[in-house]
Design a protein. Sequence first.
Length: 248
Amino acid sequence: MKKTSFFRKLRALASGFILSCGLFCNLPVFASEVNMILTQWSGFHVTVDDTKHETVSRLGKKMRVGDVVFIQNRIYPFQRVGVATRSWTNHVGVVVDVSGEEPIVAESTFPTARRTTLSRFVGKSKAGRVAISRLDKVLSEEEQRKIVDASQKRLGIFYDTGFDLNSENEFCSRFVREILAESTGTAVGEVETFAELLSRNPEAGLGFWRLWFFGRIPWNRQTVTPASLLRDPRFHTVFDGYAHIEKS
């Protein structure tokens, strides 16, 4: 087994360390590179009407179980996902509870999948950038219960830093895709290989991904991205703009 399994876990741990550095350290070289990329590529600046602003509390009142929430995580590795997919969004979660003061979002994140409040989820997004998508089909109460159950059984699963659709772990877009497919029969997003993904965007650059995968990009590995979920035609947009957390 056991050699392949061991080295995959070793690479995952090392990638997790890099991700942790992005999460907890303000690394100047990372920040400067991200700023350069975002400045050069205008796609990050023209995707939303700047007049669309809403408070998190009012936005939460519009949401339903099964809604998919997209954000732009500030952390460097997530920013590189956005660059590679030509999209502003790089992280996604699914609403699993709207019965409390604010919606609860389930997400696959580092180190493990968890539930969090809408305000905390949106609080991770650059300038509060957020989009909410909803399946065109109206979800039954049974389907909504299945979404809750499907998310619950995935909580605590480790984050897959290799973005492998067929691994034993999870990553954000796979997490949401699997929950909706299991609960509603609708498998959103586009399954693609790294070769297909990176060949479509020469601007993404391979240097980071070679570093991330320790010199060997898994070209034939299947994955699914937040951007492909956002573009899925079986969704309609509930909100696309900026959400602001009220100061208490």
